[in-house]
Design a protein. Sequence first.
Length: 167
Amino acid sequence: MGDQSFPALISVSSEISAASDRRLHELHDYWKSRIGNHPMPSRADIDPLDIPALLPHIFLVDILENPRDFRFRLAGTNFREFAGTEVTGRRIGEVFPPAFNAEVHHHWNKCVEEGQLAVGSGKLWVAEREHVLWEGVVLPLSRDRTHVDMLLGGVVFKLLNEPPMAA
Protein backbone atom coordinates (compact mmCIF):
# COMPACT_ATOMS: atom_id res chain seq x y z
CA MET A 1 0.00 0.00 0.00
CA GLY A 2 1.51 3.32 -1.03
CA ASP A 3 1.91 6.25 1.32
CA GLN A 4 -1.00 8.63 1.41
CA SER A 5 -0.98 12.32 2.13
CA PHE A 6 -2.81 13.37 5.29
CA PRO A 7 -3.26 16.70 7.04
CA ALA A 8 -0.72 15.65 9.73
CA LEU A 9 -3.17 14.99 12.54
CA ILE A 10 -0.97 12.13 13.73
CA SER A 11 2.82 11.90 14.02
CA VAL A 12 3.84 8.27 13.49
CA SER A 13 7.01 6.21 13.89
CA SER A 14 7.79 2.51 13.64
CA GLU A 15 10.32 2.82 16.48
CA ILE A 16 9.39 2.47 20.15
CA SER A 17 12.10 5.02 20.94
CA ALA A 18 9.69 7.65 19.55
CA ALA A 19 7.42 7.12 22.59
CA SER A 20 8.12 9.48 25.48
CA ASP A 21 5.83 7.91 28.10
CA ARG A 22 7.28 5.07 30.17
CA ARG A 23 3.95 3.19 30.25
CA LEU A 24 4.11 2.71 26.49
CA HIS A 25 7.64 1.36 26.86
CA GLU A 26 6.43 -0.99 29.62
CA LEU A 27 3.67 -2.31 27.35
CA HIS A 28 6.16 -2.79 24.51
CA ASP A 29 8.60 -4.58 26.85
CA TYR A 30 5.80 -6.89 28.02
CA TRP A 31 4.75 -7.58 24.39
CA LYS A 32 8.38 -8.36 23.48
CA SER A 33 8.68 -10.73 26.46
CA ARG A 34 5.73 -12.74 25.10
CA ILE A 35 7.11 -13.23 21.56
CA GLY A 36 9.31 -16.29 22.18
CA ASN A 37 10.80 -17.51 18.90
CA HIS A 38 8.08 -15.93 16.76
CA PRO A 39 7.70 -12.60 14.95
CA MET A 40 4.88 -11.60 17.32
CA PRO A 41 2.85 -13.04 20.20
CA SER A 42 -0.71 -14.30 19.97
CA ARG A 43 -3.62 -12.88 21.97
CA ALA A 44 -3.44 -16.04 24.14
CA ASP A 45 0.10 -15.03 25.16
CA ILE A 46 -1.14 -11.77 26.67
CA ASP A 47 -2.39 -12.01 30.25
CA PRO A 48 -3.84 -8.78 31.66
CA LEU A 49 -3.00 -10.00 35.18
CA ASP A 50 0.68 -9.62 34.25
CA ILE A 51 0.31 -5.86 33.68
CA PRO A 52 -2.36 -4.53 36.09
CA ALA A 53 -0.92 -1.00 36.28
CA LEU A 54 -1.25 -0.66 32.49
CA LEU A 55 -4.86 -1.86 32.19
CA PRO A 56 -6.46 1.63 32.23
CA HIS A 57 -4.34 2.52 29.18
CA ILE A 58 -4.72 -0.66 27.10
CA PHE A 59 -7.04 -1.42 24.21
CA LEU A 60 -7.53 -4.43 21.94
CA VAL A 61 -8.62 -4.08 18.33
CA ASP A 62 -10.17 -6.76 16.12
CA ILE A 63 -9.14 -6.65 12.48
CA LEU A 64 -12.11 -7.05 10.18
CA GLU A 65 -11.72 -8.12 6.56
CA ASN A 66 -13.60 -7.53 3.28
CA PRO A 67 -13.31 -4.61 3.55
CA ARG A 68 -10.53 -4.06 6.07
CA ASP A 69 -11.71 -2.22 9.15
CA PHE A 70 -10.92 -2.09 12.85
CA ARG A 71 -13.23 -2.60 15.84
CA PHE A 72 -12.39 -1.97 19.48
CA ARG A 73 -12.76 -5.25 21.35
CA LEU A 74 -12.09 -3.46 24.63
CA ALA A 75 -10.62 -0.23 25.92
CA GLY A 76 -9.31 0.74 29.33
CA THR A 77 -10.94 3.33 31.52
CA ASN A 78 -8.38 6.00 30.68
CA PHE A 79 -9.29 5.76 26.99
CA ARG A 80 -13.02 6.02 27.70
CA GLU A 81 -12.61 8.93 30.11
CA PHE A 82 -10.61 11.09 27.71
CA ALA A 83 -12.58 10.10 24.60
CA GLY A 84 -15.78 10.88 26.46
CA THR A 85 -17.54 7.76 25.18
CA GLU A 86 -17.54 3.97 25.42
CA VAL A 87 -15.62 2.59 22.44
CA THR A 88 -15.85 -1.14 23.13
CA GLY A 89 -17.56 -2.94 20.26
CA ARG A 90 -17.42 0.08 17.96
CA ARG A 91 -15.56 0.46 14.68
CA ILE A 92 -12.97 3.22 14.53
CA GLY A 93 -15.12 5.19 12.09
CA GLU A 94 -17.81 5.33 14.79
CA VAL A 95 -15.34 6.68 17.34
CA PHE A 96 -13.07 9.01 15.38
CA PRO A 97 -14.02 11.93 13.11
CA PRO A 98 -13.50 11.26 9.36
CA ALA A 99 -10.05 12.82 8.82
CA PHE A 100 -8.62 11.32 12.01
CA ASN A 101 -10.24 7.97 11.21
CA ALA A 102 -8.61 7.94 7.75
CA GLU A 103 -5.17 8.44 9.29
CA VAL A 104 -5.69 5.83 12.00
CA HIS A 105 -7.00 3.36 9.41
CA HIS A 106 -3.97 3.98 7.18
CA HIS A 107 -1.40 3.56 9.97
CA TRP A 108 -3.08 0.56 11.59
CA ASN A 109 -3.43 -1.08 8.18
CA LYS A 110 0.30 -0.60 7.64
CA CYS A 111 0.92 -2.22 11.04
CA VAL A 112 -1.21 -5.21 9.95
CA GLU A 113 0.43 -5.52 6.53
CA GLU A 114 4.01 -5.19 7.81
CA GLY A 115 3.56 -6.92 11.18
CA GLN A 116 5.32 -4.05 12.92
CA LEU A 117 4.47 -1.68 15.73
CA ALA A 118 3.39 1.90 15.29
CA VAL A 119 3.89 4.75 17.73
CA GLY A 120 1.65 7.76 17.25
CA SER A 121 0.89 11.06 18.89
CA GLY A 122 -1.22 14.15 18.39
CA LYS A 123 -4.02 16.27 19.74
CA LEU A 124 -7.18 14.63 21.04
CA TRP A 125 -9.71 14.05 18.25
CA VAL A 126 -12.65 15.23 20.38
CA ALA A 127 -13.96 18.70 19.47
CA GLU A 128 -13.30 21.33 22.13
CA ARG A 129 -10.70 19.10 23.81
CA GLU A 130 -7.75 20.01 21.58
CA HIS A 131 -5.84 21.02 24.74
CA VAL A 132 -5.42 17.30 25.45
CA LEU A 133 -2.55 15.45 23.80
CA TRP A 134 -2.33 11.69 23.31
CA GLU A 135 0.49 9.27 22.67
CA GLY A 136 0.00 5.63 21.83
CA VAL A 137 1.45 2.43 20.51
CA VAL A 138 -0.16 -0.43 18.59
CA LEU A 139 1.47 -3.85 18.60
CA PRO A 140 0.54 -6.74 16.30
CA LEU A 141 -0.86 -10.03 17.59
CA SER A 142 -1.40 -13.21 15.58
CA ARG A 143 -3.10 -16.55 16.28
CA ASP A 144 -0.76 -18.30 13.84
CA ARG A 145 2.22 -16.09 14.85
CA THR A 146 2.55 -14.91 11.23
CA HIS A 147 -0.57 -13.07 10.01
CA VAL A 148 -1.72 -10.14 12.14
CA ASP A 149 -5.33 -10.62 13.27
CA MET A 150 -5.51 -8.31 16.30
CA LEU A 151 -3.79 -5.21 17.65
CA LEU A 152 -2.78 -4.61 21.25
CA GLY A 153 -2.59 -0.92 21.98
CA GLY A 154 -1.74 1.47 24.74
CA VAL A 155 -2.64 5.14 24.92
CA VAL A 156 -1.88 7.88 27.41
CA PHE A 157 -3.28 11.37 27.59
CA LYS A 158 -1.94 14.61 29.03
CA LEU A 159 -2.86 18.25 29.06
CA LEU A 160 -0.95 20.54 26.73
CA ASN A 161 2.28 21.64 28.50
CA GLU A 162 2.09 18.77 31.03
CA PRO A 163 5.37 16.78 31.03
CA PRO A 164 5.20 13.08 30.04
CA MET A 165 5.98 10.25 32.46
CA ALA A 166 9.62 9.78 31.53
CA ALA A 167 10.55 6.66 29.63
